[in-house]
Every structure is written in C-alpha cells, then in structure tokens.
Design a protein around this ligand. Structure first.
Ligand SMILES: C[S@@+](CC[C@H](N)C(=O)[O-])C[C@H]1O[C@@H](n2cnc3c(N)ncnc32)[C@H](O)[C@@H]1O
Length: 378
C-alpha cells in the first residue's frame, strides 16, 4: 500500500536546515523545503512530538525558492540551503539563533545585532576533504546526507576555485589518491593535496573574509569604546586559542594575553609568530582550557576578560573555573547555537548578564551559525 500524501505550508527553517510546517497540528520537518512553500509531502518518520516528511511535489513554490547552483545539491550532504535566496538564509539564521537563546538559554529578549552576511557566499572554503572508493570504478566525492555512500563530484561550489581547478586536474590525469584526501589553499595562495592520514594541521576558520569580520567583532566586544589607557591595561585569558587568530589582534590593544590551546602544533606556530614579531605581551599555554585556567587561578593572575572559542561541543568543562576566576567580561565565540545557549544558561544563572550577540555568516549555503556573544559580571 502506498503512503498517503499530505499538504503542508512551510513556516520557517529549523537549525539542522529542514523546513518546518504542521500537518493536523503536529510539527513536521521537511528537508530541502523553503519557508512559504506549499508542498505535497509523504510522512517517512513518525515520532511522539514531530514527524519527518519528504517532498513529493511543490504545489506553490516560495518566493524565496531559487535554483540550486550545484548539480550535486540534495545528493551530497554538504549544503542544505542552496535553494534558498541568500538574504533569506541569513534572516533564517538570525531568527534560529534568537529562538535558541530564548528557548535553551532562557534569555527572554536577547539583544542580537543584525547578522553579518558574506559578500561572497560562494567559493569561500579554503579546504575540502574528499572520500575515495576504489572497490569497483574509482569514486571521489563527499558522503551523501546521513550516509557513507560516496557521491562522486568534479567541483564544489562553496570551495575556493583553486581547489576545484586542482580536483579537476587530478581527475583528468587519473592521479587520484588511493585514500581519503584533503585539498587546501594555504595563506600564501599555494594549493596542497594531502592524504587525510598525513594531515597534521590545526584548526583554521573556513571563510577568510568573514573571519576578518569576526575578529573585528571580538575586538569591539573586548575593548568597546573604553578609554585607550584602560584598554592598554586589560589582561585577557584566551581559551581554545588555536594558532592565534584572535590572540595577535587582541595583543595589539591588551596589557597581556594568556592563550591556552590543546593542539601542540597550533601552539608551536603561535609561539613562533610571537617570537618572530618580537611580541612581549603574549604567553602561550599548551594544554586544555581547564588546565590553563587552573594555572592562571593558581598564579592569581588578575584577568579582566575571558575570550573563548570552543569546538562544537561547547565549553561545559571550563565554565565552573571561569566562574571562579570571575572576569568582568566574557566574550564567547561559538559555531553551535545549541551548545552556546546551554553554556549561556549556566553563566547567566549565576554571575553573568547577557549583553548582546553578533551572528556572522561564516558558512553560506549551509545551516551552520557562527556568533560572538558578550557577557558581563552581573
Ligand atoms: C573552533 S577552534 C578555534 C581556534 C581559534 N580560536 C581560531 O579562531 O582559529 C577550537 C580550538 O580549540 C582547541 N581545543 C579543543 N578542545 C580543547 C580543550 N579542551 N582545551 C583547549 N583547546 C581545545 C582545538 O584544537 C581548536 O584549535
């Protein structure tokens, strides 16, 4: 018996990228649906509080629906929103961000600055990781959504054009690495091809121009319009510092920056740059944020501001220690609104007040949301 279809109007987008509507009062998530679409859908999964459906037919397309640029869209798991006008993507991210802070962090009316859109929402990624399958006809590509099935690709529309040129040259010459590999553009503009098991690098931000905007947001939130003399005295503890993306710009204005990072290679790069540029107000600590913060507490270093930029899992391991350190301000950079909101809930329950947040579109065409949040001692 074939599954009956239902008609649904899509009201909004959800964090994982799916469109959201209601069928018989029950919430239904529909991948690749656009707010404003009227759709005929098939329910594929039934849960207690929601269902998940699949588009059978677009009865009335949304005014925000656009033709996806990439031929692999919906097959490859990389982008979820290529079929949504870019301005609408950024509006949706801002709203999802706001609703997450309200719902999870319990901040009733969060002050959220308008999302900073990307001037170039295409060809921005500086590296891609490709999967390889040589079991029959060689396949090079990305995994399909929620699967380990490889979707063969010849280009990626969100990757830097140099990456695409390199991939096409490898495919043409039949010089495909025999195992998963990465193609990346380095800061000097050179392109590198490396098997994944040889990749020994540290984190770097995906979108260089948007990263610049984010660094500016961090500087504004840390130093604000404070008296320049006071600015010079600020002591900053920076957790999850990487190789110094924020550390060096912060050190230009701060009294002292203590940068903590777990990846030894990133710390080595940071230390080298500090030495080469004869910077005397940065101290690197190689270790976990927890360990670094304990060290700062033990030494009784007075800290004005903690800047933190944890991975997607958030910073729950170090929140209690930050609250013992009690800096006047916290500037929290996040790539996941849910773990950010969970951590903000803890911080605002006790000592801190949420001041404002700045979302930045670091990952156009995808649902991912980057943000910088400022808190101060209540
Ligand atoms: C999102 S990245 C940010 C890096 C840097 N702020 C930047 O903008 O390039 C998170 C960083 O945290 C580091 N990291 C992960 N877990 C950590 C931990 N428990 N303690 C310290 N650093 C950690 C990772 O190695 C990575 O460099």
């Amino acid at each position: 018996m074939s599954t009956p279809t239902k008609t649904v109007t899509i009201d909004r987008l959800a964090f994982r990228g799916e469109g959201v509507g209601r069928v018989d009062q029950k919430v239904v998530f529909v991948p690749y649906a656009v707010p404003g679409d009227v759709l005929k859908i098939k329910i594929l999964e039934k849960h207690k509080t929601f269902d998940r459906g699949e588009i059978c037919e677009i009865l009335t397309p949304s005014e925000f629906r656009v033709k996806a640029r990439c031929e692999y869209f919906e097959k490859c798991g990389g982008c979820q929103w290529q079929n949504i006008a870019y301005e609408e993507q950024t509006k949706a991210k801002e709203e999802i961000f706001r609703q997450t802070l309200i719902r999870v962090a319990k901040i009733s009316e969060p002050k959220i600055l308008p999302m900073i859109p990307a001037a170039n929402p295409w060809n921005y990624r500086q590296r891609i990781q490709l999967k390889v399958d040589f079991s029959s006809k060689p396949k090079v590509g990305f995994y399909a959504p929620e699967s380990h099935e490889i979707v063969p690709i010849e280009k990626c529309d969100i990757a830097d054009s140099k990456i695409n040129e390199t991939l096409q040259a490898l495919l043409k010459k039949g010089q495909i690495p025999t195992r998963a590999f990465e193609i990346s553009v380095f800061e000097d503009g050179n392109v590198h091809v490396m098997p994944m098991d040889h990749v020994d690098r540290y984190f770097s931000q995906a979108h260089p121009e948007q990263n610049h905007q984010m660094v500016q947001a961090v500087l504004n939130f840390v130093f604000g319009r404070a008296d320049p003399v006071f600015k010079m005295r600020k002591n900053i503890l920076e957790l999850y510092a990487g190789s110094g993306n924020f550390t060096f710009p912060l050190a230009e204005h701060a009294g002292r920056v203590i940068a903590v990072e777990e990846n030894e290679k990133a710390v080595k790069v940071g230390e080298l740059l500090t030495e080469e540029n004869q910077i005397s107000n940065i101290e690197w600590i190689s270790g976990t944020s927890e360990w670094g913060t304990k060290k700062v507490l033990r030494k009784k270093v007075p800290i004005d501001t903690v800047v933190l930029d944890p991975p997607r899992a958030g910073a729950s391991d170090v929140l209690d220690l930050i609250m013992v350190l009690k800096p006047k301000n916290i500037v929290y950079v996040s790539c996941d609104p849910n773990t950010l909101a969970r951590d903000l809930k803890e911080l605002t329950k006790r000592f801190y007040r949420f001041d404002y947040a700045q979302p930045i579109d670091m990952f156009p065409q995808t649902y991912h949301i980057e943000s910088v949040t400022k808190l101060s001692l209540a």
